[in-house]
Ligand binder design. Sequence first.
Ligand SMILES: Cc1cc2nc3c(=O)[nH]c(=O)nc-3n(C[C@H](O)[C@H](O)[C@H](O)COP(=O)(O)O)c2cc1C
Ligand code: SF4
Length: 592
Amino acid sequence: EEQSVHPTDRAYEHLMEAFKPEIVPAYRQLTRAVHAYDTRIFAQLNHNGQQCSGSLSRLPVWAPSAVPDVMYREVPKVMEIEDIREVVEHFALSAVHVREGGFDGVELQFGHSSLARQFMSPLTNFRNDEYGGDFENRMRFPLQVLAAVREAVGPDFTVGVRLCADELIPGGLTLEDSKQIARRLEETGLVDYFNLTLATFYNLYMVGGPMHVPLGYAVPLSAGIKEAVSLPVFATGRINDPVLAERILAEGRADMIGVVRGQIADPDFARKAREGRTEEIRYCIACNQNCYGRVGLNKTIGCVQNPAVGQEATEGEHNLRPALRKKRVMVVGGGPAGMWAAKIATLRGHQVTLYEKEEELGGQVLLAARGAGREEFGVIARNERNQLARLRVPVRLGVEVTPEFVLEQQPDAVIVATGSRPKPRPVPGAEGPRVFNVWQVLRGEADLGENVAVIDYDGHHQATSTAELLAELGKRVHMITSSLFIGAELGPSQDLYLARQRLLQKGVTFTADFAVMEIKGTEIHGFNVYSNVWDVLDGYDSVVTVMGNEVCDELYFALKGRVPELYRVGDCVAPRKVDMAIYEGYMAGKRV
Ligand SMILES: Cc1cc2nc3c(=O)[nH]c(=O)nc-3n(C[C@H](O)[C@H](O)[C@H](O)COP(=O)(O)O)c2cc1C
Ligand code: SF4
C-alpha cells in the first residue's frame, strides 16, 4: 500500500502520510499485528506527482512538466530545483519512519502512478534542465530518491523498486526502455529487488486488469525485465491461482509472485496454497467491483466475495461466534445470498438444509456468467459450492419450496433468499411478442432476428455483456440509454474503457440521453432527457430490455408470523448487485 511522502501528494483521503513523525506509533501497531502471524510487511513510498488532485491538500500538484493527468485534468506546478530536493529529502525522512515503524523493508513506487515515472517518461518530462532530456537526466530524480532512501535506512534494510515495465502507449516507455532503467538502477548496488507494474495515466485500467484481461497478463514483462537484470523480479497481475504462480516460477519467468486481489478475496490464499488445499481457495474473479471500485470512490476497501474484508480477525469465517443453541435452519434459494447464509449458519453449528428450485446452485450468477467474456463470474458460485460440499451441507436441488412444505418441516428458522426476476412490464409495450428481457436472451430463449435494440437502464455488465454477446453472434446491435453514455456504471471497476472498445470494435452503435417511454411493436418511443424532444427509434427486428428486476418475495410474506424465526436476504429484499446478496447472506448466517 502506497504511503505519501509529501504534503503535495494527497491523492485520496485515506492515504497514509509517511512523512509525518506521528505515523511511527501507528506503523508499530500495524507491523506488530502482522508480525504476530509470522508474516513480513513492507511499506511502499510514493509521490503521485500529477496523478493527483489538489482538492484535498489545497496545494498545487507537482510534476516534472505542466502535463495534466487525464483523469484529474489539473495543470501541475512545474517543480523547481528546490521542490525536487525537498521531495527527495521527504522520501528519505519517510523511509526512516518506515524503518522505525517496524516494517521489514521499503518499496519505492516508480511505477504506474508516480512522480518518478513521470520524470523517466518522455510522455510527461519536457524539462530542459539536468532533470530532463537524455536518459541520464531523466533518471536523475529516481536515482537521487534511491540514494537518499538507501542512505537513510542503511545497508541492512531491504529496499525494492516498483517499476512500470511498459506504459503501453505510443511515445511512452516500452519494455526495452524499462530494461535499460532496471539495469541503471541495478548498477547502483542500492536496490534489492524489482516489483513490476505497467500502464500509465492513460490506461490505469491495465494495472488491476479486469476480468476480460487474461490471467497472468503481465508475465511477459517480468520475463523481459528478468532477462535484463540479475536481481529478483516479481510478476503481478491476475495471478489468482497458486498453480499458475508455481508454473511462472518453474518456467523462470519471475522470481517472486505478487497476489493482491487474490488475497483480498481470500485472506487464507497463501496458507491454503502451502497446505495444498487449492480447491478451498475463494478465487478472485477480477470483477474489481468492491476493491478498486470502492477505493476509487474513497470508500473503505471491500470484496464482493469477502464480506469481512479488513475485519478478518474479528468477523472472518474462522472467528464466528458459535450458536448458543443448535437450530434446524431452512435456507430457501441457492443463489449467492442463500449459499452464504447456509455456509455461515453451518459453520456456527446449526443444522442447515439448502433448497434450490433449479438443478444447479448459483442463481443469477450463472446467468450473468453467460454474458460475453463474463464466464469467470460463475466462479463465485463454484467457490461457494466447494465450501458447501466441504461442510457437507445437505442441498436439495430442483425443489420449489412452498409455504406448506416449510410449515410441515417445522424448522426453527427460515432464511428466504428467493431472489428477483425481470420486471414483467418495465415500460408500456414491453409485453409485445418482439420484446424480450435480458434473462430470456441469456438463456437462449429469444428468437431475435438480425437487428436488435438493447435498452440499457442498467449501465453495468448486464447490458454491455449481453449486447456484446449478440454482436458476437453476428447481430447488428444498437444500445439505448438515458444516461450520458453506455456503460455509465463501469468506471469504478475499470471496465469502462475496454467494454466500450470491444463494443465499438464489434460494430455496436449507441444512442445516449434517450428516455424510453413506450415500445410499439419494435418501435421505441421516447425523448431526449436534455432537450425534451420526442423521437422514435425504429428499424429493429426485436427489442431487448435491461430495465431492472422485481423481488420474488411471495414465500417470505406467506411465512411471515408463521415460523419461529424468519429472515429475508439478497434480491428478494430489493434487487441489487451480488456483493449485497453475499453480505446479507453472511449477516443472516451470523444472526440466526
Ligand atoms: C485496493 C488496491 C490498492 C492498490 N494500491 C496499490 C498501491 O498503493 N501501490 C501499488 O503499487 N499498487 C497498488 N495496487 C495494484 C496492485 O499492487 C497490483 O499491481 C494489481 O492489483 C494487480 O495485481 P492483482 O491482479 O494480484 O490484484 C492496488 C490494488 C488494489 C486492488
Ligand atoms: S471485489 Fe472482485 S476483483 Fe476485487 S478482490 Fe473481490 S473478487 Fe477480486
